[in-house]
Design a protein around this ligand. Structure first.
Ligand code: HEM
Length: 492
């Protein structure tokens, strides 16, 4: 009798769980058949395939403007057509303002107040307030702080001249150094102190090597219900508490002593000081710390991974590396230093940077959520309110229709002669529209400063330990090679 009851109970559960599985078919949307329980992401959750490769596989198996999939039992719509993407990201942005990402203020107030997770009018007010922090004038003022960190990077290479180094780990030290200096006003000593505390905490923030962290981060994006049920946080709680503490201490010190460094803390402080009674968004203690933590989180892995992949590709193609070094040395000679103008004048550096983000986009997908029922003019299909939209960035970057021979690393795609051929909305490393990456200028400058300093006097070479081809670790959202990125750095 117990077995019969249990069987009935399981059947009811099965019915309730899978009844959504005809969602796309009943709406006439081409879809990939879901696999029981996991939907179309089984290979990701079982650790067999990286998320970017899974989405690419689905993208390649269809030719329709969009494809329906299920993540667990939740319908998600992958958009394949650049025209439809333009509507979602730009033209009809007001119908797709928010990301489909969890937020639980009671459990994780720091994450709840970031630009990344905030919603609707709160996001609009916050974005309008923060945008002036990232103008080119402000970046120029921060350049000296970045250059000091780049010098430490070069000194580190000097100490390891001729050795094989794991570049991902080295560029992480550089990026944490810069973001600690610019967002927290402190010297992290990442290169001088093997046991730098801030580096340890930064590594814990988004640590995909831990099952719990990996589960938490994937849940924020794909199973928001788990965030409430298991009281999950987006970034590691102890690392975030540590950084909030560092931020608050520096912030108070600044106010007390009137210190001016032209860094992100100063800029946040100015925004707070200049608030008026009528301001639509007011900073309090938590909201200020929240911005600093979000800059810290968004600003370290993004730039460090990008610079590491650039060095990797340059080691595999010495002719590209030589050409870039020639440009860097010429700019240095012309300006006598790596000034803001010198860095922005280097066309080939920009081409190499752009091609790296084409081949290794940090965010391999973007996500949005429909705010209301919305009809796509192109096809007449109406998407329901609240449906998750996935923008398959990596799949577009690897579609031979838009980027011929996509596996080839070819900076010429971004030359003045060629870049106008890129179909709009097929190249999206920083997203697009009003909700694109606010730190694009900052991240690009940090990366270019590192490359200018390193490549001027060092060559990066392939070594025995260098993985070719790369194999991405499935448990991470970013593209991370399973065996690290090992290269030999040689002083010229
Ligand atoms: C190479 C470096 C970087 C890459 C490739 C990158 C990429 C991205 C992407 C793809 C998005 C989502 C855009 C969208 O949904 O349309 C994003 C959002 C964001 N990024 Fe970056 N990012 C980088 C560096 C940075 C840095 C250095 C910071 C801060 C200091 C930063 C702060 C942010 C923030 C706050 C958002 C959320 C914006 C919003 O929702 O309004 N990023 N980034």
């Amino acid at each position: 009798m117990i077995l019969v009851y249990l069987g009935c109970f399981l059947l009811i559960l099965y019915y309730l769980y899978t009844r959504n599985y005809d969602y796309w078919e009943s709406r006439g949307v081409p879809f990939e058949k879901p696999f029981f329980l996991f939907g179309n992401f089984y290979k990701i959750f079982s650790g067999k395939q990286h998320i970017s490769l899974r989405i690419r596989e689905i993208y390649n198996n269809f030719s329709s403007p969009y494809v329906g999939i299920y993540i667990f039992n939740q319908p998600n719509l992958i958009i394949r057509s650049p025209d439809v993407l333009k509507r979602i990201l730009v033209k009809d942005f007001d119908k797709f303002v928010n990301r489909k990402v969890a937020s639980n203020e009671a459990v994780d107030p720091i994450a709840a107040h970031t630009l990344f997770t905030s919603q609707d009018q709160v996001w609009k007010n916050l974005r309008a307030k923060i945008s002036p922090v990232f103008t080119s004038g402000k970046m120029k003022l921060m350049l000296p702080l970045m250059k000091a960190c780049a010098s430490d990077f070069v000194n580190h290479l000097d100490k390891h001249n001729g050795e094989v180094i794991e570049v991902r780990e080295t560029t992480k030290r550089y990026a944490v150094d810069i973001i600690s200096s610019c967002a927290f006003g402190i010297n992290s000593e990442c290169f001088n102190d093997e046991n730098s505390e801030i580096l340890k905490e930064a590594t814990k923030l988004l640590d995909f090597t831990s099952f719990v962290r990996s589960f938490s981060i994937f849940s924020f994006f794909f199973v928001p219900k788990f965030v409430d049920i298991f009281r999950l946080t987006l970034v590691d709680k102890s690392a975030s508490d540590y950084l909030v503490n560092v931020f608050r201490t520096t912030f108070k010190e600044r106010q007390k002593r009137n210190i001016v460094r032209n860094d992100l803390i100063d800029l946040l402080n100015n925004l707070k000081q200049n608030e008026t009674f009528n301001d639509s968004y007011k900073f309090d203690d938590v909201k200020m710390a929240s911005q600093a933590i979000s800059f810290f989180t968004a600003g370290n892995d993004t730039t460090s991974v990008t610079v590491a992949f650039i060095l990797y590709e340059l080691a595999l193609q010495p002719n590209i590396q030589d050409r870039l070094r020639r440009e860097i040395r010429e700019a240095f000679e012309k300006y006598g230093d790596f000034t803001y103008e010198a860095i922005n004048e280097m066309k080939y550096l920009d081409m190499v940077f752009s091609e790296t983000l084409r081949k290794y986009p940090l965010a391999t997908f973007l996500n949005r959520k429909s705010a209301t029922k919305y009809t796509f003019e192109e096809t007449g299909f109406t998407v329901d309110e609240g449906v998750a939209i996935l923008v398959p960035v990596a799949a577009l970057h690897y579609d031979p229709k838009y980027f011929p021979n996509p596996e080839n690393f070819d900076p010429e795609r971004f030359s003045n002669e060629n870049k106008h051929k890129i179909v709009p909305y097929t190249y999206l490393p920083f997203g697009d529209g009003p909700r694109n990456c606010i730190g694009q200028r900052f991240g690009t400058l940090v990366g270019k400063v590192a490359l200018s300093y390193c490549l001027k006097d060092f060559a990066f070479e392939k070594a025995e330990a260098t993985s070719v081809p790369l194999e991405f670790e499935p448990r991470t959202l970013f593209m991370v090679n399973k065996k690290g990125l090992y290269l030999r750095a040689v002083k010229l």
